[in-house]
Ligand binder design. Structure first.
Ligand code: NAP
Length: 287
């Protein structure tokens, strides 16, 4: 067994894309044993068959005896899952999550954690539009970012251990205020999904042979269909939970869209090229 073993028993609740990938990356390396828990029996069977977890179980027995519990369910279910888990958490246990929204949620989860147990909020910046254990990959977090958003109540020791967990699966860890996290991700992640849904909706709403229209779509529209193929429940939860920041981002987007529309209306070729050039350079830096 690896000498870097951080935990004796990790319980992962939600063995989908993110939970399954983290379980697979920890199994046999960072934890002596990884147990998978999920409301979906098919996902549990797949997690075992794919070798992502050592064992599966039900919530109370699966969580009891774990020194780390990872909550990897959609954002809208995190508080209720932590609440159901709380009576079974062993003394000294650390609870962490992987939710894409933080802000108030950190405080709400903290209120469910019994004394003598710790909570460390986390958001790995890795993923795909696919979901479920079959989309999971142990290498998913390699060279990715993971944002931890501790509060003033997060115990230092638990924070350090969760940092080492994410570093152990290949992530670079960044610490951030939970509300700052939601501002940033509303703009760089949540807004692009809203735009993708709106764009596909615009084509579908034309109402005159949309299937035929889609058949003519080039790479441009296809890039957006990939984003719009993400899990609908997951994105419903993220957008509703982070609604004030998301609505602020949509407002900013509206202003830019109107500015571009005005340049097109007035045939302002100079400003159009400036706008596109600025975007092209920003895109090139990211690649
Ligand atoms: P996923 O592949 O759909 O996996 C979620 C799993 O949790 C599914 O097996 C789901 O079962 C199960 N589940 C849902 N509600 C549950 C409940 N109340 N109790 C127990 N299990 C439950 O989703 P994911 O992409 O891994 O996302 C999980 C979390 O990671 C979300 O909070 C998301 O915001 C965050 N995240 C996602 C990404 C990404 O790119 N996908 C990136 C970073 C963070 P059912 O299928 O039956 O619902």
């Amino acid at each position: 067994m690896n000498r870097e073993l951080l935990f004796q028993r990790i319980a992962v609740i939600g063995v989908g894309l993110i939970g399954g990938s983290l379980a697979g990356a920890c199994r046999g390396r960072l934890a002596a044993r990884v147990v998978g828990l999920d409301r979906d029996q098919i996902h549990l069977n797949q997690a075992i068959a794919l070798g992502l977890v050592d064992e599966v179980g039900d919530l109370p027995t699966g969580v009891a005896g774990a020194d780390l519990v990872v909550v990897a369910v959609p954002v809208g279910a995190i508080v209720e899952v932590v609440r159901a888990t709380a009576p079974h958490l062993a003394p000294g246990c650390i609870v962490t999550d992987v939710g894409s929204v933080k802000g108030d949620l950190v405080d709400e989860v903290e209120r469910e954690i019994p004394p003598g147990r710790a909570y460390v909020p986390a958001h790995p910046i890795a993923g795909t539009e696919r979901s479920g254990p079959e989309a999971a990959a142990a290498g998913l977090f390699h060279e990715s970012l993971c944002v931890l958003t501790p509060s003033s109540r997060t115990p230092e020791e638990a924070l350090k251990k969760v940092m080492r967990l994410w570093e152990g699966v290949g992530s670079h860890v960044v610490l951030m205020d939970p509300f700052r996290h939601d501002q940033i991700f509303a703009l760089v992640s949540h807004l692009p999904h809203v735009v993708a849904y709106a764009l596909i909706g615009t084509v579908l709403n034309r109402g005159d042979g949309e299937e035929e229209l889609l058949q003519f779509s080039g790479g441009g529209l296809r890039d957006f269909t990939r984003i719009a193929a993400s899990h609908p429940i997951m994105w419903r939860d993220i957008l509703i939970r982070n609604r004030s920041e998301v609505l602020e981002s949509i407002n900013r987007f509206r202003q830019v869209l109107e500015r571009i529309a005005e340049m097109i209306r007035t045939q302002d070729t100079v400003r159009l090229v400036q706008e596109f050039q600025r975007a092209k350079e920003a895109g090139e830096q990211l690649r």
